[in-house]
Design a protein around this ligand. Structure first.
Ligand code: MET
Length: 433
């Protein structure tokens, strides 16, 4: 372990732009090590001839959850490659610490267990959440009891044994947005967990709005290339200590190779998010103007996710794509499309899916780095004949522009500005809850 591990990273270095942090955070010790690229430490254990010192270090960890100084003891406790990713993500989210896990679900599990260890097993949650999050909380596997509510009902749903309030914004898969500051204020003493997987810290830093736990499936945008499974919770150092204790006890650790790939992924996160968001906003505009599409969901804060409801059979769209990958997951450099009712939210019962606004006609698309025209051509073909006319579309940028959807224009930093010159037609839905 380096001396940098376990420190409160919020005070470690002066404030720098997120673009700079993405490239440099977590790499503070490399120059002293004489390295340019981050090293990959695959050790499962670490030698020491001093058993008394090891005992003292383990006692200290067991008592506090603070990472002991000196070299690591064992990989389930601590790994320097993973710690670089944790420091970098904490810097990007503006928190004092971050704790990485084997997957996003392992990360959420650790938070729930840490709260339950304090006797606080009641959870207040807002639908929709990612399907497996919904199932983990509501299914009772971890002994939790959930009160599902809308954001306005959070304060009334709180109980003395409420240990956690869980929201996801933009939500998987409807992209519904929540006012995090308002929600955090209504949580009282209960900590707010915000799943920030879809927005990433490039578009939104929930800790600045009062979230105590910022959850990511790191598998998605943080990794960015569809080749690493991981999860992470950004939080303050005191909270991180509780999570490290749960991680050590339960073993849901992030593999060092995953930590290596995630740190590498973070370096390009802002660039990828801006490019993918610009293409997503353009596709959302075109879909909103398409008669084969009943409804388009695109977040006010932008992002690379677009969800839309078709008039026809959504399964035919999945069957019809050729360039776009028909697969669950998101956040990769290639565009993915899936049917939430069949895959990402299958584990949520039909009535609860409906309660969360997840209709059977809904498709969820994660827009990658391909050319927008190529993606539109594939979508246009997969959507099939235009309703009523049988006409095949050949929309390009010109057609989209002349359509003047008024749906807003990606500015390149994830924000949207309304087009004012063109007549307004249908817009992607941006309504919050
Ligand atoms: C196994 S289902 C889904 C994986 C991922 N969390 C998604 O929403 O696509």
């Amino acid at each position: 372990m380096t001396q940098l591990e376990g420190m409160d990273v919020s005070s470690a270095t002066p404030h720098r732009s997120p673009d700079t942090e993405a490239v440099h955070a977590g790499r503070e010790d490399l120059a002293a090590l004489g390295l340019h690229a981050a090293p990959l430490d695959l050790s499962t254990t670490y030698p020491s001839h001093d058993s008394r010192a090891e005992a003292a270090r383990l006692d200290e960890f067991a008592a506090t959850g603070a990472l002991p100084p000196g070299p690591p003891v064992y990989a389930r406790l601590d790994n320097p490659t993973v710690a670089r990713f944790e420091r970098a993500l904490a810097r990007l989210e503006g928190t004092g610490a971050a704790v990485a896990f084997a997957s996003g679900m392992a990360a959420l599990t650790a938070v729930v267990l840490a709260r339950a260890a304090r006797g606080l097993r009641h959870v207040v949650a807002v639908r929709p959440l990612y399907g497996c999050s919904d199932h983990l909380l509501g299914g009772g596997l971890l002994g939790t009891e959930v009160t599902w509510t809308d954001p306005a009902g959070i304060a009334a749903a709180l109980r003395p044994d409420t240990g956690l309030v869980v929201v996801e914004t933009p939500a998987n898969p409807t992209l519904a947005e929540i006012d995090l500051r308002a929600v955090a204020e209504s949580c009282g003493p209960a900590p707010l967990l915000a799943d920030n997987t879809f927005a990433t810290p490039v578009l939104q830093r929930p800790a600045e709005h009062g979230a105590r736990f910022v959850l990511h499936s790191a598998t998605k945008y943080l990794g960015g290339h569809g080749d690493v499974l991981g999860g992470v919770v950004a939080c303050d150092e005191e909270t991180a200590r509780e999570l490290r204790k749960v991680r050590f006890a339960t073993g849901g650790v992030l593999h060092p190779l995953a930590g290596y790939l995630l740190l590498r992924g973070l370096a390009t996160l802002p660039v990828r998010m801006r490019a993918q968001s610009a293409t997503a906003a353009e596709l959302a505009r075109r879909l909103a103007d398409d008669p084969r599409v009943a409804r388009v969901h695109y977040p006010r804060i932008g992002g690379a996710m677009v969800s839309f409801e078709v008039h026809g059979d959504p399964h035919e769209v999945i069957a019809g794509v050729r360039l776009i990958t028909p697969a669950v997951s998101l956040g990769s450099v290639d565009t993915l499309i899936q049917h939430p009712g069949s895959i990402s939210h299958r584990v949520v019962g039909p009535a609860d899916r409906r309660a969360g606004g997840i209709g059977e006609k809904l498709l969820r698309m994660s827009v990658g780095l391909e050319d927008a025209e190529d993606l539109w051509h594939d979508l246009d073909t997969a959507l099939g004949a235009r309703r009523g006319t049988g006409e095949r579309a050949s929309a390009g940028a010109g057609e989209a522009d002349s359509a003047g959807s008024g749906a807003g224009e990606a500015t390149g930093d994830g924000e949207l500005s309304a087009r004012s010159s063109a007549p307004r037609r249908r817009e992607p839905e941006r309504a919050g809850r």
